[in-house]
Design a protein around this ligand. Structure first.
Ligand code: HEM
Length: 230
């Protein structure tokens, strides 16, 4: 079970990606329906998180815990939001992910609510505010993703404002590193013993993201600048 829990982020990211590939058009067309379903799910799970906190009911002792309450499902959605911006311009991967980027970000936010509610006391008492700051930054980004609000911005203004998303990506990475390296060592259970595996997975994912982002976004701009100067 500890191995499956530790591989939960790549497993869930793969499943969400499969959904995007097979049902992305449907998700985009019926986005409000999916916001309603995931919004209700997020609010219900957040209520359960409060009940766990107050010891009214015990935390689930099965895979539902890491999936829904330990942040892995939310991370799966956010990784795809991140990678949508990193693939090559006009590539199939980019087009597929960009079509549902807003939907993934909003659903990811609903899925982070139960995790954040359940663990906020643990995190802040361990002086680890990284996840909390990331969630606070996500709120205006999610609200301004809705077309009705987005229309109030100029194109450049909106794009400039949404550059704040990079700060949330950085904070999420710091969150994962600090949790695995500081909070889970020395390990207290079988899951924590595999802290190194999850650290390796998270670091590899973020390194691949940075390499793609540099190759597909920064490098062409750099080349144009050098070409213009020459
Ligand atoms: C208010 C916001 C947040 C708080 C208070 C928070 C708190 C925590 C805490 C205390 C843990 C350790 C849990 C444990 O060991 O059982 C944790 C783990 C985790 N968090 Fe967060 N978090 C927040 C936001 C986020 C966000 C925005 C993401 C990603 C989208 C995220 C993804 C994860 C993941 C994947 C883990 C598991 C790390 C591992 O064990 O390998 N969290 N979080």
């Amino acid at each position: 079970m500890a191995w499956i829990e530790s591989l939960m982020t790549p497993i869930l990211t793969g499943l969400v990606l499969l959904w995007v590939i097979l049902g992305g058009k449907h998700l985009h067309k019926h986005e409000h329906f999916f916001y309603l379903i995931f919004g209700l799910l997020g609010v219900s799970l957040t209520m359960f998180a409060v009940f766990f906190q107050l010891d009214i009911i015990p935390r689930p002792d099965n895979l539902l815990y890491p999936i829904l309450f330990q942040g892995h499902l939310a991370l799966a959605f956010y990784l795809l939001v991140m990678f949508a911006g990193a693939f090559k311009h006009k590539s199939k991967a980019k087009i597929t992910l960009l079509r549902v980027r807003r939907e993934l970000a909003v659903i990811g936010f609903f899925m982070v609510m139960p995790h954040a509610t359940l663990l906020i006391i643990d995190a802040l008492s361990a002086l680890n505010p990284t996840g909390t700051i990331a969630v606070f930054l996500m709120v205006p980004l999610v609200i301004t993703s809705f077309p009705i609000i987005r229309r109030k911005f100029s194109r450049d203004g909106w794009l400039g404002f949404h550059k704040w998303a990079y700060i949330t990506y950085g904070l999420i990475f710091v969150h994962l590193v600090t949790i695995t390296v500081i909070a889970q060592t020395p390990p207290n259970n079988a899951y924590e013993e595999l802290w190194w595996l999850r650290l390796l997975i998270y670091t590899s994912i973020f390194v691949v993201y940075l390499v793609l982002k540099f190759r597909n976004n920064a490098l062409p701009k750099l080349k144009t600048k050098i070409f213009m100067k020459a």
